[in-house]
Design a protein around this ligand. Structure first.
Ligand code: HEC
Length: 185
């Protein structure tokens, strides 16, 4: 009798452990269970966040571009999309190493994989918005909601529409386009 109880409670405990795996369709659970992750990894690095996030754009997750792209961007910080974004040699190395080690090609995350696998072989995009996957996902959004929208201005402001972009969530339910609202396709 006693062993039946033990068996029963073991089944119960195992069942409870499975619940979040089955119901957890969000990126937080994905991150916890590695392979199931659907999004882009949220990895924090204080040096990167300090130097590359804030004034001009958010600190894009490294999993949004292939390693070759990050290397190319980091090789010319003097002319960084029209601004001088140079940093000292040590900081430069720390940031490059971080971006390359966590780039889209090194990631298991499903969306990251698409930011790299979608591109034509041989091309090295230097903007996230130049990647084939990005273009494919955003080609139905009219310009008046982006460049013609003073609360967005450019696709580089991911967090203007993806309200949890800084937490690495690009899920549809977190999208809200200023002046327009939710996106139903
Ligand atoms: C003007 C608002 C806007 C901006 C700015 C924007 N996006 Fe999006 N994004 C959208 C919309 C709307 C969709 C959903 C498109 C669809 O499903 O047809 C989307 C879809 C996506 C998807 C796919 C999500 C999914 O569930 O399949 C990813 C990933 C993404 N965006 C990343 C980014 C990144 C990274 C940036 C910044 C470099 C960015 N977006 C900038 C509006 C925006």
């Amino acid at each position: 009798m006693k062993s039946a109880y033990i068996l029963l409670s073991m089944i119960l405990v195992l069942g409870l452990m499975v619940v979040p795996i089955v119901w957890g369709d969000n990126d937080e659970y994905g991150a916890q269970y590695g392979r199931r992750s659907t999004g882009v990894a949220l990895i924090s690095n204080p040096v990167y966040e300090d130097e590359c996030g804030g004034d001009c754009h958010m600190a894009y997750q490294p999993g949004l571009l292939p390693d070759k792209s990050w290397e190319k961007i980091m090789s010319d910080l003097e002319d960084h999309f029209g601004d001088n974004a140079e940093v000292d040699t040590r900081t430069h190395k720390a940031i490059t190493d971080f971006l390359v080690a966590n780039s889209a090609d090194k990631s298991n995350y499903r969306r990251s994989r698409r930011f790299t696998s979608s591109n034509d072989p041989g091309t090295i995009p230097i903007r996230i918005s130049e990647t084939s996957y990005f273009k494919h996902e955003h080609d139905e959004i009219p310009a008046r909601m982006v460049t013609g929208n003073k609360d967005v201005n450019s696709f580089s402001n991911c967090n203007a529409c993806h309200r949890r972009a800084e937490q690495a969530s690009y899920r549809e339910r977190d999208i809200f386009i200023p002046g327009h609202g939710r996106w139903d396709d």
